[in-house]
Design a protein around this ligand. Structure first.
Ligand SMILES: *Cc1c(COP(=O)(O)O)cnc(C)c1O
Length: 435
């Protein structure tokens, strides 16, 4: 299998797509043909690692990493990804808990896989690959944790100063010498624009840049595996295809679910839950796709004004009229998120992070008919303790920290504050990496 750009560049191998991150023509990589599976292809799979091996095989055909696929999978899926049933009154619903990894958010899966692949591809380079990552909060921590102290690769994290939770800020800044954390005096959109601009700017020609944002195909593919695994288990137990509600920002996680369904996995409807950044739902309702400034919300990891993976979604499935039959979307306000966190706690006895609350809210907002005709899996994208400043006052309880987070919070922080411009960014990189 080869990989193509959404804007039409000639094909590249999987290894090239992983290293480049974004295509030379500015487009995003996708496989040149989607593999077709059916449920029986997975009948021998007893674990998520075995599901991953079957699903990933075709993508690795053209990769020098094929002999190491088992180890890459073992490194990526080193923590549980369970579905916990919810005690609902009518219909069936469960929470897909994607937050048991090192930084307690689903991004640990994609970041872990990408780091496992790239560190192997880059083992013998003179000029180390410098991974640039703009983050609205969770990506940066996951990528830094995944690449921390891996030889031959550096990471530069750009995050919006003051717009991430304290614990997220800690996770973005407590790493070793190969990680440079930049606290940008601006928004996530500024950070994302700086990453794009730096890749093409003369001030940075001595760096070999790579990307680890959700635009990297190496982030996207492994995310389709937990949808494959959860849907196969549900289908195996009940004979019914589960439908998913997915908290959505840059559209990476949701696109991974669309891909899994496209590959032939037993997935029903896919519903996107967004916060007050409602470009996606407005687009599906017929408005033009015009990137907006992002709005700050409680679900800060979803504060995205220009979701980059829409380019892939439109390439694969077409414009709003066609897309409406692929996904639906609901925008959830901060007030609704607060009420929903409270309601999940009183009704189900569970604490949910603000992002996860957009999914449970969206599920509740379905019609009775929709809720009972389908079985629903609601995606829990982060551990509530990561957003304790929002969640604890609402539920009136202190949340205990997962083990990994506790040890991370005891590490010292290092970061450099910069203005949202390329000059400040170049100075910070040159200062750190000039030896
Ligand atoms: C990144 C993130 C999201 C949004 O995921 P996308 O793939 O960008 O759509 C949702 N919830 C949490 C907790 C996140 O970290």
């Amino acid at each position: 299998m080869k990989f193509i750009s959404t804007r039409g560049e000639k094909t590249v191998t999987f290894d090239q797509a992983l290293i480049r991150g974004i295509a030379e023509d500015g487009g995003l990589y996708l496989p040149d043909a989607l593999p077709a599976f059916n449920v029986d292809d997975f009948s021998s799979a007893q674990s998520i690692a075995e599901v991953a091996k079957i699903l990933l095989q075709p993508f690795f055909e053209s990769s020098t990493l094929l002999p190491e696929l088992d180890e890459i999978i073992a490194e990526t899926f080193s923590f549980p990804l369970p579905v916990t049933p919810l005690p609902t009154q009518a219909g069936s619903a469960g929470l897909l808990e994607l937050y048991h990894g090192p930084t307690a958010a689903f991004k640990d899966v994609g970041a872990g896989f990408l780091a496992a692949c790239i560190s192997r591809l880059e083992a013998d380079q003179d000029n180390p690959l410098t991974i640039l990552v703009a983050t609205s909060g969770d990506t940066g921590g996951a990528v830094a944790a995944a690449f921390n102290e891996r030889p031959g690769v550096r990471v530069v994290v750009l995050y919006p100063q003051g717009r991430v939770s304290d614990r997220q800020a800690h996770q973005l800044t407590c790493w070793g010498d190969n990680v440079l954390s930049l606290a940008v005096r601006g928004s996530f959109d500024d950070c994302q624009a700086m990453v794009k601009a730096a890749m093409a700017d003369a001030a940075f020609t001595r760096y070999r840049f790579g990307s680890a944002n959700s635009i990297n195909i190496g982030r996207l593919l492994p995310q389709s595996i937990y949808y494959a695994d959860a849907s196969l288990r549900h289908f195996g137990d009940s004979g019914r295809k589960p439908s998913f509600v997915i908290p959505t920002g840059n559209l990476g996680n949701a696109l991974a679910c669309c891909l899994a369904r496209q590959f032939g996995l037993p997935i029903g409807e896919i519903v996107l839950a967004t916060n007050a950044n409602r470009l996606i739902s407005d687009f599906l309702a017929g408005e033009e796709w015009l990137p907006r400034a992002s709005i700050q919300t409680h679900a800060s990891a979803m504060d995205v004004g220009n979701p980059s993976n829409m380019e892939r979604l439109r390439y694969l499935f077409g414009e709003a009229d066609q897309l409406k039959s692929v996904v639906t979307a609901l925008s959830v306000s901060d007030r609704e998120i607060e009420d929903e966190i409270r309601r999940n706690f009183t009704e189900f006895g569970i604490a949910t992070c603000p992002h996860t609350a957009t999914a449970t809210f969206t599920w509740r907002a379905l019609t009775n008919e929709q809720r009972t005709a389908n079985d629903w899996i609601l995606v829990a994208t982060a551990h509530p303790a990561k957003f304790e400043q929002i969640v604890e006052p609402i539920i009136g309880q202190t949340l205990s920290l997962p083990d990994g987070m506790a040890s991370m919070l005891s590490r010292e922080r290092h970061y450099v504050e910069i203005e949202p411009d390329l000059r400040s960014m170049a100075a910070a990189l040159d200062h750190r990496f000039s030896a």
